[in-house]
Design a protein around this ligand. Sequence first.
Ligand SMILES: NC(=O)c1ccc[n+]([C@@H]2O[C@H](COP(=O)([O-])OP(=O)(O)OC[C@H]3O[C@@H](n4cnc5c(N)ncnc54)[C@H](O)[C@@H]3O)[C@@H](O)[C@H]2O)c1
Ligand SMILES: O[C@H]1[C@H](O)[C@@H](O)[C@H](O)[C@@H](O)[C@H]1O
Length: 345
Amino acid sequence: MSVRIGVIGTGAIGKEHMKRVEQRLSGAKITAVTDVNPAAAEEALHELGIKANFYPNDQALIDAEEVDAIFVTSIGPAHEATVRKAIEAGKYVFCEKPLSVTAKGCKTIMQDEMEYGKRIVQVGFMRQFDKGYEQLKQAIDSKVIGEPLMIKCAHRAPEVDAAYTTDMAITDTLIHEINILHWLLADNYVSVQVLYPRKNKHALPHLRDPQVILLETESGVLIQAEVSVNIKYGYDIQCEIVGEEGIVSLPETESLKIRHNGKQSTDVLQDWKVRFQDAYDKEIQVFINQVAKQEALQGPSAWEGYVAAVTSDACLKAQESGQREPIELESMPAFYSTERKVQLL
Ligand SMILES: NC(=O)c1ccc[n+]([C@@H]2O[C@H](COP(=O)([O-])OP(=O)(O)OC[C@H]3O[C@@H](n4cnc5c(N)ncnc54)[C@H](O)[C@@H]3O)[C@@H](O)[C@H]2O)c1
Ligand SMILES: O[C@H]1[C@H](O)[C@@H](O)[C@H](O)[C@@H](O)[C@H]1O
C-alpha cells in the first residue's frame, strides 16, 4: 500500500518533506495539502510539480478519505490543536518540533494518544537519524570512553531573519540539542542557567546572540551548549563528549580537502536543509514504513516532545532570571517506555 499523506503547512520544511516523499523516498505520495495561506500551498504544489488536492483547513484535510497520515509542518503554536485532531480521527501524525509550545500541551497530546491506545505520533527530532549522532550513541552505550562527564556543543547558523527573537534561540534552535543530548545520555536534566557573552555585532538590536546554556543532568553530567545564529561562516553543529577514559566527537561533515596556494581547506555547510538531509529522509522513511504496516511508531515520541518542552520552559525562565533554574519532569508513563532501537531502517 502506498501511504497517502496530507500536509498541513507548506512553508520551508513542509516543502522539503513533500519533495523528499515524492522524489527520494518510497512507499508514499502526497495527496492533500492545506495552509492558512492558500497561495503558499499552490506555490509549493506548482514548484514541486505535485498533483494533490487543496483543503480549506486542517480538520477537512484530516477527515479526507484520501489521507492515511498527516504531516504537521505549520508554525509551532498551531501544532497542538492539529495533532489532537489527527489523534481524534485515528490517523498517524508526523509533527515537526515543537510538538506543542507548552509542556501542558504536550501532556494533553500524550493523554489523547494513550487513550487512543497506540503510538501514532512521531516528533521531528531528526538528529536521532543522523549517522554521526548514531555513532555517538553507540560509542556512549558501549562505554568506550567510560561514563560521560561533560559535553561541549555548539549550534551555529550564519544568519537568521528579523522575526527570530531571543527566546527562539531556545525554542527553535537549542531544542535540537535538548532532545539529542537527552537521547544520547538517557539521563534527565535537572537544572539550567543561561549566560550571554559579548553580543555579536551582526545580531539585530532586539536579539541576544550568542547565548551559552549550561545544563546539568541527574547523574551530574555538565553540558555547555553555545547557540550562535549570526556567525557568518556557516551552519555548523558540534558536539564533544568527555568521558572518564576518553573523548568522542560528532564527525565533521564530509567535504573534499583542497590544498592550494599554500593553504589546506574544506567546505563548511551553510544550511540546515543540506546538513541534515539524510536524517530527514530517514526519519520520514521510518514513519512511512511503520504507517504502511500499521505498527506502533518507534521514532521520537510525544514523551520526547514533552521532555523537550519542560526543558525549554526552564531555559526560557533562566534567560530572564540569569539564575540556575530547576527542571522537573513527571515520570514517564509505561506506554512510552518501549526500548528505542538506534537503527530503525
Ligand atoms: N526539524 C527541523 O530541523 C526543522 C527545520 C525547519 C523548521 N522546523 C519546524 O517546522 C515548523 C515550520 O517551520 P518552517 O521553517 O517551515 O516555517 P514557515 O514559516 O516557512 O512555514 C510555515 C507554514 O505554515 C503555514 N501555517 C501557519 N499556521 C498554519 C495553520 N494553523 N494551519 C496551516 N498552515 C499554517 C504558514 O502559512 C507557512 O506556509 C516549525 O515548527 C519549525 O520549528 C523544523
Ligand atoms: O536553528 C535552526 C535549526 O538548526 C534547524 O534545524 C531548524 O530547526 C530551524 O527551525 C532552526 O531555526
